[in-house]
Design a protein around this ligand. Structure first.
Ligand code: 6PG
Length: 258
């Protein structure tokens, strides 16, 4: 597998480009596994190792490969989601469902409560009702998830949307200005609209940060997020500029070669 990579030496982001989506999934699974193994080695005794995973379509294939990787400290792992849509865990749009299904092969090694569901079942069920859940219910859910989220996540994996959003931090979202809260309700411009999302302080505090992006429709957002200087309309993905960016050639196509 031929990869182009650029190391962080002068504050530029670390970028690794894989040939295509399949090669990217392998690369991502390898990087996630080695980061979690490193976190386990570096943390005392039985302290849980925490990972917050990205939702959406892109990471599923990597998670399936990851589930077979014995380097991962599965028995010590706490699995969070960087964001979640307000839908029941049975929904096809549920990030929780995607992660549970993709990590199924590791289920026997994960503790039963390891994968942390963002939404209390009653709130997720309410989302199927006539209207969105009450703001108070969304707020309660955000605060409950916030209390479970460790101060510093050992590994945070983010995806990027074509509009440059990360987690459910969309361009113009009030949550982008959050400095205290670590999990807040958010509204997405696309359905399902009601979301829970981590905030910029969580991204800044993460011990290890990976960004995984695939597809030509993301190339513009990637280039803007990684541009040497932040334009006035820098996308939320720029919050993860210090990360190691795992890209396929299509999503890396607009990166300056300089
Ligand atoms: C979500 C995600 C979101 C995702 C991007 C990319 O719930 O949608 O967590 O931040 O990472 O939208 O999604 P795709 O991989 O599906 O393009």
């Amino acid at each position: 597998m031929r990869r182009e990579s650029r190391r962080v030496s002068d504050g530029r982001p670390a970028i690794v480009v894989a040939r295509d989506a399949a090669a990217l999934a392998k690369l991502a699974a390898d990087r996630i596994a080695s980061a979690l193994a490193e976190a386990a080695r570096g943390s005392a005794g039985a302290r849980p190792v925490s990972v917050a995973l990205a939702g959406g379509r892109t990471p599923r294939a990597a998670y399936v490969l990851l589930a077979r990787d014995r380097r991962v400290p599965w028995e010590r792992l706490d699995v969070f989601l960087g964001d979640e849509r307000c839908v029941p865990p049975s929904s096809e749009q549920s990030n929780l469902r995607m992660v549970r299904e993709a990590l199924a092969e590791a289920a026997g090694r994960l503790r039963p409560e390891a994968i942390q569901a963002p939404w209390p079942p009653e709130v997720a069920a309410e989302s199927q009702g006539a209207g969105p859940p009450a703001p108070a219910a969304l707020e309660r859910a955000a605060r409950a998830y916030e209390t479970r989220l460790p101060e510093r996540i050992d590994l945070l994996l983010l995806g990027v949307g074509a509009d440059g959003h990360v987690a459910s931090l969309f361009p113009g979202s009030p949550a982008l200005g959050e400095t205290e809260r670590r999990v807040v309700p958010a509204r997405a411009p696309v359905a399902p609209h009601e979301r829970l999302t981590i905030t910029p302080p969580v991204i800044a505090a993460a011990r290890r940060l990976l960004v995984l992006v695939s597809g030509a429709d993301k190339a513009e957002a990637v280039a803007r997020a990684l541009a040497p200087t932040a334009g006035p309309d820098a996308p939320p993905a720029r919050l993860a500029r210090r990360a190691t960016w795992l890209l396929d050639r299509a999503s890396a196509a607009k990166l300056s070669r300089a």
